[in-house]
Each structure stands twice: as structure tokens, then as C-alpha cells.
Design a protein around this ligand. Structure first.
Ligand code: PDD
Length: 287
């Protein structure tokens, strides 16, 4: 089955979809994106992703090309047309294609944003073999720009970070700034010590994860202790458990940091429980 994608108002087979070579997303990474998970053909936390999209666009002075309901319609239409049961919808909005390369932002009256959405299927999304074993992370310097709260398409360094991890036989990298962990290459990072969940507080240093917000809410509702503060690499290595969260991995246990096993080197009980709660609650609230 040919994948159907969405480009600037049209639903097209992916082979017919076109974006200009002058698009500022392509030339300057001048654009933002969101990834929304699909379970049982329904969208997980759509409103969280829509709200963050609006914020990212606002921070970059790009007009939101659609309102909430129009975005929801396009998401649902793509899920239906591609028969997605388990997977995700990716959306990207760029400042558009002014026709010439120029550092100056184009006039929004004449250059309108480019909107692209597509779906990906992933049968192993929920019953993930990785979640059963846990993942290994290595630490690397955080060399990204200073506005990581904006979900831009500048993903080169996170991509390089993932490759640095793979070369060392690990699954992912946790990034470090001034001795403290910021986040994973494409997820938020947490440690658990003596039953207390610790994760970096929200600021421009990290992406304000939609899964993070949900997981912290569920943790507090389940009477788990949560502390939002910086934590060091040393603290992380001596933690009892660790995990990461993102739309595509939910709650993913971390079992080793820089080659040192955490606890027994298997997914910890609290991370495992949080994954169950997150999946259960998100399924109930999916639209
Ligand atoms: N990444 N931090 C970073 C740097 C991320 O790229 C992501 C998401 C997160 C988690 O955010 P959320 O819970 O809203 O997915 C944190 C997506 C999944 C990606 O790039 O594929």
C-alpha cells in the first residue's frame, strides 16, 4: 500500500509529494515538528502536542496555519487513509519557501508556512522488546543551541549523539551540561533513588515533554515522590533505577549508564509500573 501523506492542503501518495528546494526548513532548519503516537488507531495526547506546536511556532514568529480542529482532522484522516493501528503521525511546519536564499525572514504576507504530515507504522510500539530488557545510555556533552524548549527540526546533534551511543554498544545518549544531565537525544531523562523520582526542571535547557507532563502527573497521583531539579552524572550512576520518556517510547527503563549497571541491570519496579500506568491511562484518554 502506498503511503498517503499531507502537503499544504493535499493528500497525496508519498511519491507525488513535493516541497521546494528553497524551503527554509530544508535550507535553514527554520521549522518545528511534533510526533503524536497512535494506539488502537487513536491519538495519544493530541491536545498536549497541539499546544506545544502553537508555543513553538509563536516563539519563532511563524503563524499557525491551522486551528486545533483542522489539525485534528488532518491527523485523523491520515491515520484512516493509511490504516494505522500502532504508530505515529509526524507533522512539520516551516517558515515556507521565499524563492531565494536569505537570512532575513520573508514577508509572511507573501511566503506562507509549509505544512507536511506523514504516518509511520510500528507494530512493536507497545509490546517493545527494548522495554522488557531496558536500554543502555552513555553520557555526552550537550552541544545543542540554547532554545531546546522549542521543538525545531535542527536534529543533527541529537542524531550524532545517537550514533556516538551506538558506536559504544549503547542504545542512546544522555546529554550533559555543567556536570548535570539535561535530557536524552530524543527523550526526557529521570533517575530514581530511595523511591524518589528526580528529573530536571523545565527551562530553555530541555524540551517540555508531553509524555513528561503526563508521567509526572500519574506518578504524583500514585503517591510517588517527584523532585524536579538538576542531577549530576555521578548521582545518575548511583541511582536505583532510571528511565526516559517520549511520545514514541512512553516510559522506557534505563539499565546502564556509561557501562555501569543500575541496580540489578534490569528494568526497575517503579519504571515498569509507570510504563503500565502511562499506557493504561493514555489509552483511556486517546481520541
Ligand atoms: N522526541 N526531549 C527531546 C530532545 C525530544 O526530542 C523529545 C521527543 C522529548 C520528549 O517529548 P515528548 O514526550 O513530547 O515526545 C524530550 C520525539 C519523540 C522525536 O523527535 O521523535
Amino acid at each position: 500500500m502506498t503511503r498517503i501523506v499531507y502537503v499544504n492542503g493535499d493528500y497525496l501518495p508519498e511519491t507525488e509529494a513535493k516541497v521546494s528546494i528553497f524551503d527554509r526548513g530544508f535550507l535553514m532548519a527554520d521549522g518545528v515538528y511534533e510526533v503524536t503516537t497512535v494506539i488502537d488507531g487513536k491519538l495519544i495526547d493530541f491536545d498536549g502536542h497541539f499546544t506545544r506546536l502553537e508555543r513553538s511556532l509563536n516563539e519563532l514568529d511563524i503563524a499557525n496555519p491551522m486551528d486545533r480542529d483542522a489539525w485534528l482532522d488532518v491527523h485523523r484522516e491520515l491515520v484512516a487513509q493509511n490504516g494505522i493501528e500502532l504508530g505515529m503521525v509526524y507533522l512539520q511546519v516551516t517558515r515556507g519557501a521565499p524563492g531565494d536564499r536569505d537570512f532575513i525572514f520573508p514577508d509572511p504576507e507573501t511566503t506562507t508556512p509549509t505544512v507536511v504530515l506523514f504516518t509511520q507504522s510500528n507494530a512493536a510500539l507497545v509490546e517493545s522488546p527494548k522495554a522488557k530488557k531496558g536500554i543502555k545510555v552513555v553520557t555526552i556533552d550537550d552541544l545543542r543551541w540554547g532554545r531546546r524548549d522549542i521543538k525545531t527540526v535542527q536534529l543533527l546533534y541529537p542524531s550524532m549523539g545517537k550514533m556516538m551511543a551506538l558506536k559504544q554498544g549503547a542504545d542512546d545518549a544522555w546529554m550533559v551540561q555543567d556536570g548535570a544531565i539535561t535530557e536524552g537525544t530524543s527523550n526526557n531523562a529521570y533517575i530514581i533513588k530511595d523511591g524518589k523520582i528526580v528529573t530536571r526542571a523545565l527551562s530553555n535547557d530541555i524540551l517540555h515533554g508531553i509524555t513528561r507532563a503526563a508521567v509526572l502527573r500519574f506518578a504524583r497521583e500514585a503517591q510517588m515522590q517527584v523532585e524536579e531539579r538538576n542531577f549530576t552524572v555521578e548521582e545518575a550512576k548511583s541511582a536505583d533505577e532510571a528511565f526516559v520518556t517520549s511520545a514514541s517510547t512512553f516510559v522506557m527503563p534505563v539499565v546502564a549508564i556509561d557501562g555501569a549497571d543500575l541496580g540489578s541491570g534490569t528494568p526497575g519496579p517503579l519504571a515498569t509500573r509507570l510504563r503500565e500506568i502511562y499506557l493504561e491511562e493514555s489509552r483511556k484518554a486517546a481520541i
